[in-house]
Design a protein around this ligand. Structure first.
Ligand code: UDP
Length: 417
């Protein structure tokens, strides 16, 4: 089946029709996406879908990956951390390496980048390519996937000097946008409804998680999927579970990844185990990184999904659960606010007590729970599927291609008035 037909089935035929219409004036145009890894991480995951979809719409798309050294990636990891607010002091030699590697990659990619009508540069790693391609033909867009609501200023100042050369930039949330001398677009992340994480599953596979993880079929199941990270507040989840269980029998699953390169992950996992204190109805699952179908099945098996984060960039787990028709009780923060519309697609909470109250309410009011879950699914369908993401990329390309004449800029005063 043609790729876009498959999306028409889940997202709606009119959504795919709209993509065809929007791509009409862009047909045959050369688009290049550049990032720094073909595998691993959300950016690669997204490009793996967006690139073939753009191709299926008749654009001439390339996905290029820059090559770097250890020292280069150490430097760009420093950029990443500092954009997320950490104080990182980068020595002059690290910046030199960053620029040198971008220069080398620019040599390799020169013809492709020079001729492209649109170049999407993802995150800081390849951002400096622009400095080495003087005779650019197309529009260059910097796509930032990082929470840079409060960047560490000295590092941002350096990066801003580079990013300012672009024709536009894209941030995931309005809070992440920065003063820059070009149009900024807000494009939220998305989930892929056809991936292993989100596709429909046979009922047996969903039921199987009860046996696999020794869960009780007769008890309501509360789930949180997240890395073992303090910002995800796993201890608050346990507290909320205990509070709610005083009134209604329950079981809790905290599913997270193994501690890979994150030294804090191990420490937090230990704290969580201590807090669970051997409770037979608290299940702490450490899953391998490719356990997408298992997570999918757990999200479908759950009665209520929690994402009680204290800080959250976007929180893909929220849309993942909502797509499966689950109301989400989410921390009142960051990207969760975009997804959980309080009392409508779920509940937003500030404390474990608040979460416990909502758990009890939703378990008592089954009809409301199902209704909310249904609205949650519809809300994701309308707002957070990859098709919407693609539509916004296409709209942005059209806007940039035609210049700013027909755009209403909410930031600048109307010159005619
Ligand atoms: N995830 C996973 N295994 C885990 C924990 C999380 O596959 O053990 C997935 C989860 O389903 C989601 C992503 O990793 O797709 C986490 O994204 P999110 O935006 O929720 O949080 P982040 O980890 O980026 O802070």
């Amino acid at each position: 089946m043609e790729l876009l037909d498959a999306y028409a089935k889940v997202a709606g035929r009119e959504v795919v029709e709209h993509l065809h219409q929007l791509s009409e004036p862009l047909k045959g145009m050369k688009v290049v996406h550049v990032n720094s890894t073909r595998e691993g991480g959300g950016v690669a995951e997204l490009l793996r879908k967006i690139v073939p979809m753009m191709e299926a719409l008749g654009l001439d798309v390339k996905w290029e990956v820059i090559q770097g050294t250890n020292r280069f990636f150490q430097c760009t990891k420093g950029f990443h951390n500092s954009l997320q607010g950490k104080t990182v002091v980068l020595p002059e030699s690290a910046i030199e390496e960053y620029e040198r590697i971008n220069g080398e990659n620019a040599e390799q990619l020169r013809d492709t980048l020079r001729e492209a009508d649109f170049v999407f540069i993802h995150d800081p790693q390849p951002a400096a390519l622009i400095r080495y391609i003087e005779d650019r033909k197309g529009k260059w867009i910097w796509r930032c996937h990082i929470d840079c609501s409060r960047p560490y200023r000295p590092v941002w100042k350096y990066l801003k000097g580079i990013v300012a050369g672009y024709d536009a930039s894209i941030f995931s949330l309005a809070e992440f946008a920065q003063p820059l001398p070009h149009p900024q677009y807000i494009i939220a992340p998305s989930i892929d409804p056809l991936s292993e994480k989100n596709m429909d599953l046979p009922q047996e596979e969903i039921d199987h998680v009860f046996d696999e993880f020794n869960l009780k079929r007769e008890l309501p199941l509360i789930l949180q999927v997240s890395r073992f990270d303090r910002f995800k507040d796993p201890l608050g989840v346990i507290q909320a579970f205990r509070e709610a269980r005083k009134m209604v029998p329950l079981q809790l699953v905290l599913a997270g990844g193994g501690a890979t390169d994150d030294p804090e992950g191990d420490i937090v996992l230990e704290e969580v185990r201590r807090a669970a204190n051997g409770d037979p109805d608290i299940h702490i699952l450490v899953l391998p990184p490719d356990a997408h179908r298992t997570i999918n099945a757990l999200q479908r098996a759950a009665d209520i999904v929690l994402q009680k984060s204290i800080k959250e960039g976007f929180g893909l787990t929220v849309s993942e659960a909502m797509w499966k028709g689950k109301p989400v009780i989410g921390g009142d923060t960051g990207g969760i606010r975009l997804q959980v519309i309080d009392h409508y697609t779920g509940f937003r909470v500030k404390t474990p007590e608040g979460a416990a109250l909502r758990i009890r309410y939703l378990l008592h009011a089954e009809e409301k729970r199902l209704e909310m879950g249904e609205r949650a699914r519809r809300f994701v369908k309308e707002n957070f599927l990859v098709t919407r993401h693609l539509r916004e990329y296409l709209a942005l390309m059209i806007a940039l291609f035609h210049g700013l004449k027909d755009r209403i800029d909410l930031n600048s005063p109307d010159e005619s008035s």
